[in-house]
Design a protein around this ligand. Structure first.
Ligand code: PLP
Length: 415
């Protein structure tokens, strides 16, 4: 069996011949997801918590393609959603409503009301102000709202500052002190039912210690809430487990689960976790075609048909993705792989070792299954690309390439 934790290399369903034929059949740029690897990674995490009351709620924002969510629904995943749109995707793909949680710092009334009416598991509230909105919406509907409070443990997750969320200077959650007051309010409120406690300290976490320290702080808070007869049933540890993009060593699901369980000793709660990247990141590849190779004053550029509108992580976070040419050639040198967009920040990789490239060569950008297509845009009036999945050795289209007509559909009647 392949090691499901550290496989940024092309292997299994994502081997070169298959990717080459996917590019020929469906065109480029193109996202390719391996549903079997998604399954293996989901199961690895689920099994790490086996024997405990636990619910894995896949974080849709990492990759919200309906076919990906449907696959996870078939594995009994729940869903962590951050908008009403994501809740609707989860429901449409077959995730039961009682396994859906709703997070995010800025929920609107119509989203809150719909979430309450649907009867999702709970809403993660991120401020006192938001809790009061949820209460008002619940009263209006005459339905009690199940909530969890996102507590900011003020722990440095040691990840990129843009994807760090658990420090006191971040906008997310409330302090432990404030949380206590909020729980007391909710406990006494007619239309609020505080059943959960939540933290999420950041993304692409490669160290266990900050997670364990956060779990410890939040477990202590949970104990003190239970002493006040506030019945916390769900202990939501957020997402954030990192993956290997280059040579990072990451957290194994087993160690992760053991570290959490060690901090929870004696607490009778259901553990909820919200992995996104861990499930889909290494399970996807972005394929792009070489348009030109050019040299500018000694520096080699490989200009490709994929761009920052398709995969923004390099531009946005200076994130690194391994890039491989599907053709094999001995001689290699460094190049910047850049897209056609009119921004210097439009690149997929810098100092990438590649063979001499020719027009039509296919490059595979690895570990692109998370925060790839889900962050895509139409900048430069570029249609968003197609998405395919591989399962049982077969390639299947799961999202059509957008057309120019799709792009102007909402404008042309005003012309
Ligand atoms: C983004 C996010 C996740 C998923 O993060 P990953 O790093 O992809 O695992 C989980 N929970 C919340 C609240 C989030 O904002």
């Amino acid at each position: 069996m392949e090691n499901v934790f550290n496989i940024p290399q092309l292997s299994g369903n994502l081997r070169k011949e298959l990717l080459q034929s996917a590019a020929e059949q469906f065109g480029t740029p193109l996202y390719v997801y391996d549903l079997e690897r998604i399954e293996a990674r989901f199961n690895a995490l689920k099994q790490a918590f086996a024997g405990r009351k636990a619910l894995v709620c896949y974080a849709l924002k990492a990759n919200s393609n309906l076919s990906v969510i449907k696959k996870l629904a078939s594995l009994e995943s729940g869903a962590d959603c951050v908008s009403l749109g994501e809740i609707k995707r989860a429901v449409m793909a077959g995730i039961p409503k009682y396994k859906i949680i709703y997070s995010g710092v800025g929920k609107q009334d119509f989203e809150i009301k719909e979430a309450i009416s649907l009867g999702i598991l709970f809403i993660n509230v991120e401020s006192k102000e938001e809790m009061l909105r949820v209460e008002a919406c619940a009263r209006e509907l005459g339905i009690s709202a199940r909530i969890s409070i996102r507590v900011n443990p003020d722990i440095d997750p040691q990840t990129h500052p843009y994807i760090s969320t658990g420090l006191k200077e971040n906008k997310f959650g409330v302090s432990i002190e404030e949380a206590k007051g909020m729980y007391l309010h909710a406990h006494n409120a007619e239309f609020l039912e505080p059943i959960g406690i939540h933290f999420h300290i950041g993304s692409q976490l490669t160290k266990l210690k900050p997670i364990a320290e956060s779990a410890q702080k939040i477990a202590q808070l949970t104990q003190s809430l239970l002493a006040l007869k506030i019945d916390i049933k769900f202990f939501d540890i957020g997402g954030g487990i990192g993956i290997t993009y280059s040579d990072e060593s990451t957290i194994s699901p087993y160690d992760y689960a053991q570290a959490i369980l060690a901090e929870l000793r004696g607490l009778d709660v259901t553990i909820v976790c919200e992995p996104g990247r861990f499930i889909v990141g290494n399970s996807g590849v972005f394929l792009t075609k070489v348009l030109y190779q050019k040299e500018n004053q000694g520096k080699r550029f490989v200009i490709v048909d994929g761009a920052m509108n398709d995969l923004i992580r390099p531009s946005l976070y200076a994130a690194y993705h391994q890039i491989l040419a599907l053709k094999n050639m001995e001689s290699k040198g460094e190049a910047e792989v850049a897209g056609p967009i009119c921004e210097s920040g439009d690149y997929l990789g810098k100092n990438i070792v590649l063979p001499h490239c020719e027009r039509g060569d296919i490059l595979a950008v690895l570990s692109a299954g998370a925060y790839g297509f889900s962050m895509a845009s139409n900048y430069n009036t570029r249609p968003r690309c197609a998405e395919v999945v591989v399962e049982n050795g077969k390639i299947r289209l799961v999202r059509k390439r957008e057309s120019f007509e799709d792009l102007i559909a909402l404008e042309k009647e005003y012309l």
